[in-house]
Design a protein. Structure first.
Length: 399
């Protein structure tokens, strides 16, 4: 959960590109809204105009994968989500490499990074996620990674390294760093037994009018598809999408609202307006920190996961410095920061000793071998324009 996630989330149709890029928000929220925002605003490359540099902290790093290799010099360029450039993550690396100039820019969605790189921007390191790294690779924007140069490669969780999108044709194209899961959140005060299926969420009369779904076709459509028995929501046909739309309209009285971000869901839950809905694994943790109980379930019908990390640009000007920064991002200390600040699911097993048991359990790593087992990685379906059209019809029919 982003430290600023309690702020209201403006609808992406009304955000300016710079407002979107500058506003502090979690990587997950960027992923969930990025594709729709690009369609709504027609985003052009606004990175140089909107990027903002942040001061680094004065505390030097102790340990870490990159620190043992000695200070770097020269330049390194990185194109990243905003949380990849915060002082808590990048500051210690800067302090340890004072002769290294870091050229950085932020972006709001992977398609912005692709547009920037296609326009000729050469970058050493770029934030990439499992749904878009293969597209970046097919477009010739990123290069295969030599895992022998990744200090902690062998200590990354095998289940995370094995996610679709990390490897293409036997070549590693991204190093996974952080991720998260989604499922169903329900209030034990109102629902004695945790809501455990998407079908129950849509059809249980005891939940009528008090269910929230996320305002994003990449989660709203799969939720209904799972309820209808689909095991792979990214392969929905035109007829399948029509069935999803009709399912929503048949059960529209079940849905209280479509929420626009973490803060809105949490406010709806705290106020009692909703008692169940689509949610992310960290909602339970955030609510528990406020003394509020919540249940979270990965439904057996299916659930979504996201995973992001870094790739090396196809024409990286300083590839060795890129590997140095990539090793820092993949090491235990910055990953511990992500776990503590955002409750992200981290990829490096060496991070676990830096986290207390309560947090390890909250982010689902009490059994690391099964953290993501059963989840379906977020993807952008080939017929995504049809998804957008279907989703607009759903929203129009439920208003």
């Amino acid at each position: 959960m982003s430290p600023d996630s309690e702020r209201p989330t403006p609808p992406f149709e009304t955000m300016t590109p710079c407002e979107y890029v500058r506003r502090k928000r979690s990587r997950r929220e960027v992923l969930r809204s990025g594709v729709m925002l690009a369609g709504a605003l027609g985003l052009a490359p606004v990175l140089e105009a909107c990027s903002n540099s942040e001061p680094s902290p004065s505390t030097p790093p102790s340990g870490g994968a990159q620190a043992s290799a000695g200070p770097l010099s020269g330049e390194v360029s990185v194109l990243a989500y905003e949380d990849g450039l915060t002082p808590g993550v990048l500051g210690p690396f800067e302090k340890a490499n004072q002769d290294l100039k870091i050229k950085s820019a932020t972006f709001g969605a992977d398609n912005e990074a692709i547009t920037k790189m296609q326009a000729g921007f050469q970058v050493d390191l770029v934030n990439s996620c499992t749904e878009d790294a293969p597209r970046m690779y097919s477009l010739g924007l990123i290069q295969p990674i030599d895992t022998a140069k990744i200090t902690d490669w062998n200590s990354l969780f095998p289940a995370i390294k094995g996610l679709a999108g990390v490897t293409v044709d036997g070549k590693v194209i991204m190093i996974p760093e952080t991720g998260g899961t989604s499922g169903i959140v329900s209030n034990p005060k109102d629902v004695s037994t945790p809501v455990s299926s998407w079908t129950q969420l849509f059809e249980d009369p005891s939940l009528a009018g008090r269910v929230a779904m996320e305002d994003d076709p990449l989660s709203a459509i799969p939720s209904a598809a799972f309820a209808l028995g689909h095991t792979n929501p990214w392969q929905l046909t035109t007829d399948d999408l029509t069935a999803v739309k009709n399912y929503y309209l048949q059960h529209k009285d079940q849905i209280r609202t479509f929420f626009g971000g973490d803060a809105e869901f949490l406010n709806l839950y705290r106020s009692g307006e909703i008692i169940a809905g689509f949610g992310c694994h960290d909602y339970r943790w955030t609510l528990s920190q406020q003394g509020i109980d919540a249940n979270f379930v990965h439904p057996q019908q299916g659930w979504l996961i996201w995973e992001c990390g870094y790739s090396i640009g196809a024409h990286a000007p300083d590839p060795e410095n890129a590997y140095g920064l990539l090793n820092w991002y993949t090491s235990a200390k910055p990953q511990a920061y992500y776990a503590k600040s955002y409750t992200y699911v981290i990829s490096d097993q060496k991070t676990l000793p830096l986290l207390n048991d309560k947090l390890v359990n909250a982010i689902g790593l009490e059994d690391p071998t099964s953290a993501f087992q059963g989840g379906i990685p977020l993807q952008i379906p080939e017929n995504y324009p049809d998804w957008i059209s279907t989703y607009h019809d759903i929203k129009a029919g439920m208003s």
